[in-house]
Write a protein that binds this ligand. Structure first.
Ligand code: UT7
Length: 342
């Protein structure tokens, strides 16, 4: 039985769940590459600063007219193909994003239509860079409970659409991409062993998009002041990110019943090489067991974990039966971690 399944039941308590595994995975990054050298011409920065402070060399930027749901639909098609399924097999669609196509309808509804899926329930989850782990856990619950059999979970972000391209402190960090997984139950496969989610709503000032919502509706002034773009106090976020990711990883591991030695691969949120190195150091898992691709993609928010996971699987770094630790941190503040048996 999975640690996420519970044994003793009382009336009204959650029913024991079915095990849930990732039956298919796929990812997508737009073709256009934006290099550090190009950014040197746009803002007062250097390749050397970006590389030493973040580890990022280049990032992908969505094409004109390509929205978050377009990126997500590409990743979803790949994940469904990997699972040997088609859009008609999907029972539920969950999209994690911080850069939705519109305030509403949801990006998940747009993705359902673009995918040609049936008119099944579709909704978004807002947990910024932790969004994929949040969506994974929500999707898992639906499969575990038996409410749905095939849940499509997508992490997609087009952060280039909410990036202030005049702010050197943030514009060098972000990129566009999407990753998707198909969640199913299969007798005998353990899949998701444990999850841990958390949030601290008191820290909204250090990472947010101030305008465009009900708190600060769009005006000419908000547009002039670029308040529809990401604002971040990098140094503060950095410190909190390391501690929150360490706590989340340790708790998810403890819940899974596995030891650090049993983890073959760690997939951290790809925000900053120094954050990942600090986690590796303090967790006591060598960097050789971490999948890192931020050099090529930058911080792709909700897409970062499924894109890196897909890469690790496709490169044969994660094999059937391997234990994998996912850990993320993002605006909210939010954090999340999951332990999977592949
Ligand atoms: O995904 C959601 C979670 N987000 C994160 O996890 C991001 C966390 N934070 C970070 O990754 C790092 O804090 C950054 C990469 C954003 C910044 O690195 P830092 O070492 O914390 O630098 P800093 O913000 O303290 O800035 C150091 C200096 C400042 O100059 P002064 O005040 O020391 O003169 C900045 O103005 O670097 C300056 N600076 C830059 N210089 C050249 C900031 N951005 C740039 C730039 N190029 N692009």
């Amino acid at each position: 039985m999975n640690p996420v399944e519970s044994e003793a039941r009382e009336p009204g308590a959650v029913r024991p769940g079915r095990s849930v595994h990732i039956a298919g995975i796929g990812s997508y990054a737009p073709e256009r590459v934006l290099t550090n050298q190009e950014l040197e011409k746009m803002v007062d920065t250097t390749d050397e600063w970006i590389m030493t402070r973040s580890g990022i060399r280049e990032r992908r930027i969505a094409a004109e007219g390509q929205s978050t749901s377009d990126l997500g639909a590409e990743a979803a098609r790949a994940a469904l193909a990997d699972a040997g399924l088609g859009p008609g097999d999907v029972d539920l669609i969950i999209v994690a994003t911080a850069s939705p196509d519109m305030l509403f309808p949801s990006t998940a509804c747009q993705l359902q239509h673009k995918l040609g899926a049936r008119k099944v329930a579709a909704f978004d989850i807002s947990a910024a860079c932790s969004g994929f782990i949040y969506a994974l856990e929500v999707g898992r619950q639906f499969v575990a409970s038996g409410a749905h059999d095939t849940v499509l979970v997508v992490g997609a972000d087009k952060l280039s659409s909410i990036t202030d391209w005049t702010d050197r402190a943030t514009c060098v960090l972000f990129g566009d991409a999407a990753g998707a997984v198909v969640l199913r139950h299969e007798p005998g496969r353990r899949g998701i062993l444990s999850t841990l989610l958390g949030a601290d709503g008191s820290q909204k000032e250090i990472l947010n998009v101030p305008a465009g919502g009900s708190a600060m509706p769009a005006t000419e002034q908000t547009v002039r002041d670029r308040m529809h773009c990401i604002r971040m106090s990098g140094r503060e976020v950095f410190k909190l990110a390391v501690n929150a990711m360490l706590g989340a990883a340790r708790e998810a591991l403890a819940k899974s019943g596995l030891s650090l030695d049993e983890i073959s691969c760690v997939i951290p949120h790809q925000a900053n090489m120094r954050i990942i190195e600090a986690i590796s150091d303090r967790l006591g898992i060598g960097m050789e067991r971490f999948q890192v691709n931020l050099q090529q993609y930058g911080n792709t928010s909700a897409a970062s974990i499924p894109v890196a996971l897909d890469e690790a699987v496709k490169r044969g770094r994660i094999k059937r039966g391997d234990n994998v630790l996912l850990v993320a941190f993002g605006g909210g503040l939010t954090w999340g971690s999951a332990v999977l048996q592949w």
